[in-house]
Design a protein around this ligand. Structure first.
Ligand code: ATP
Ligand code: MG
Length: 581
């Protein structure tokens, strides 16, 4: 069960360290006192950040904020093949959009940006590797990748030591320097930690620390042809930055002994000093009806199953933003699910509920007819028009009113009329009275049909003394109330009706892969009849279209006077999609 963030286990650990003074009296090389809590968010820039990363951002930046510490944004960019500047920019945008900052004031009142790249540490990481070689804690192995894998052993059997394991430090140093100097091809040698080939934890069976990779790096270019492995670079980067609490997800639990081993050995050599950073793990976020794997999200993009990384159906932060979610709603979601120590699934409805709850108080109301049917008020004078008013927000009268026009012909929702009303249907049918929201009570007189029997227009008479907001307007009661938009005044605008991207709750679970689990109805583009005032909507302005849901003017596709709307979420989750996990 998720714990409340105000009592989560990470806070308990930090409280314990604060009480013990574990990180209390550290200073940086300039002699400035370091905070007792320094966390970091360490993405690999190999894809756009997603909702799972939002949770990690919230945890790391949130903890630092709560304890008056600081959180570093660090790109763990040690794999040249998959990394790109575009992803760095997307991650920076995402952290900013969520309202967090990697900047902190310094003692002299200036502001310092704690924005780092592991690739900036390549020289130092290399020096640390030499330090390990010198104390015989690392060696150059000249076996092939296949041989190394084959001699790792198994859960039941110890691994087999490499014939190169006992090379002298001098020999290892010479080889490692030659690796760096580009004397060898990819795969000819690797640098391995010299730990224990019989360790029950496979991670400790002489893991690879450096590999040769003649590849261009998006930041260091051709400067390097050897690159540190993630496990080696990550803990060293934490130590270089004086991180106190290195918060990772549960899949890193097995690697924690390696994290401690590397830093412990470097401390023994005098390269690092106590107190060292410590790693703690919490549960990854798994969200139903979507995917939180960058590799799979990339596949959706490259196979054009979605319209790019920021498609409003994508669980990327760029997609969620474009869909119309507010940063506050994403943070509210993180708070509601809390921090757990065991993996589990969170239902998509929790995220949808968070944005509804956030937008209910913030979004102005508007009328929009999405599936239009013409309504003719036969007793309303032709060519005549009048204005109606409605509060922008029913609970916030201080926001004022919206003004829109009523005329003889109105658009109403097709489903708000039937000539064969089922029991309990209170909307329009011949002989019934309903209220036009913010307008008059009308009485339905009949409908016109085409040759195939489809209703093409509805007829009604309005009751003149019943206009909303006038004295005695309620003298005639109507049980139903429907929304409408005046035909000559309507703004005919593009609306994209988005729905969940996947039908299945766990799209990756099926044998046929995630593509068969895609929801074919996840995007429907319509031209809707919108209240005229919506023409002025600014990009990223959000509304509740009454009786439908929340919508946002798309931040990229809207132009002045011509916004395009995305459906963020329906007022209630109408549909069910697949069994729950
Ligand atoms: P992916 O598996 O999608 O490639 P990753 O874990 O490799 O994700 P990183 O860029 O390394 O992606 O992630 C940066 C940070 O975000 C890490 O600390 C990672 O643990 C955390 N993180 C990634 N996915 C999730 C998730 N679903 N829930 C919580 N935290 C996550
Ligand atoms: Mg990772």
């Amino acid at each position: 069960m998720a714990e409340r963030p105000d009592s989560n286990f990470l806070r308990a650990i930090i409280d314990r360290d604060l009480a013990a003074g574990t990180y209390a009296s550290r200073t940086d090389p300039q002699g400035e006192r370091l905070p007792a809590v320094i966390t970091r968010f360490p993405p690999e820039p190999n894809g756009y950040p997603h909702i799972g990363h939002a949770k990690s951002i919230w945890v790391n930046f949130g903890l630092a904020q709560r304890y008056g510490g600081r959180c570093h944004l660090r790109f763990d960019d040690t794999n040249p093949v998959k990394e790109d500047r575009e992803y760095v920019d997307a991650i920076i945008d995402a952290v900013r959009w969520l309202g967090f900052s990697w900047e902190s004031p310094t003692r002299d009142g200036a502001t310092r940006a704690y924005l780092y790249y592991a690739s900036d540490y390549f020289d130092r990481i290399y020096a640390f590797a030499e330090a390990l070689i010198e104390c015989r804690a690392a060696y150059v192995d000249s076996q092939s990748a296949e041989q190394i894998a084959a001699t790792r052993g198994s859960f039941l059997e110890a691994g087999i030591a490499s014939p190169y394991r006992d090379r002298t430090s001098e020999e290892n140093l010479a080889l490692f320097r030659a690796m760096r100097a580009g004397k060898y091809c990819d795969g000819e040698h690797v640098l391995r930690a010299r730990i224990d080939m019989g360790a029950p934890n496979m991670v400790l069976r002489d893991p690879v620390l450096y590999r040769i990779r003649h590849a261009w790096h998006y930041r260091t270019g051709d400067a390097w042809c050897i690159y540190p492995m993630y496990d080696f670079a990550h803990c060293i980067s934490d130590a270089i930055e004086s991180i106190t609490h290195s918060v990772a997800t549960l899949e890193f639990e097995n690697s924690r002994p390696l994290y401690d081993w590397i830093l412990g050995r470097l401390r023994d050599t005098g390269a690092l000093r106590d107190p060292l950073p410590h790693q703690y793990e919490f549960a990854r976020l798994n969200l139903t009806h979507t995917i939180t794997s960058k590799r799979k999200l990339l596949q959706l993009v490259t196979e054009k199953r979605v319209d790019g990384w920021d498609d409003p159906r994508m669980p990327t932060i760029a997609g969620i933003r474009r869909r119309g979610y507010t940063p506050e709603s994403v943070l509210l979601f993180c708070e509601r699910i809390g921090v757990a120590k065991t993996d589990g699934w969170i239902d998509m409805s929790v995220l949808e509920g968070a944005v509804r709850d956030d937008l209910d108080g913030r979004a102005d109301r508007a009328s929009a007819v999405l599936d239009p049917l013409r309504l003719i008020l036969d007793n309303y004078p032709e060519g005549h028009g009048e204005t109606c008013t409605a509060p922008r927000h029913p609970k916030h009268p201080e926001r004022g009113v919206r003004v829109f026009s009523l005329s003889r012909e109105l658009w109403i929702e097709r489903e708000d009329f039937t000539d064969d009303p089922p029991k309990g249907y209170f909307r329009l049918f011949p002989g019934n009275k309903v209220r036009l929201r913010h307008g008059y009570v009308i009485e339905c007189t009949g409908a016109e049909k085409d040759a195939s029997g489809n209703v093409i227009a509805v007829h009604a008479n309005y009751l003149p003394d019943t206009k909303s907001g006038t004295p005695g307007a309620d003298s005639i009661k109507a049980r139903g109330s429907i929304h409408w938009v005046s035909v000559p005044h309507a703004f005919m605008g593009e609306v994209r009706l988005y729905d969940r991207l996947f039908i299945e709750s766990n799209p990756a679970a099926g044998e046929q892969g995630m593509m068969v689990a895609l929801n074919p109805g996840s995007k429907r583009v319509i031209t809707a009849c919108l209240e005229a005032g919506l023409r002025e909507a600014a990009p990223e302005e959000r509304f509740q279209f009454e009786r439908h849901g929340y919508f946002v003017a798309d931040r990229f596709d809207s132009s002045p006077g011509k916004p395009v709307f995305n459906r963020i979420v329906e007022l209630r989750t109408g549909r069910t999609a697949g069994p729950s996990v």
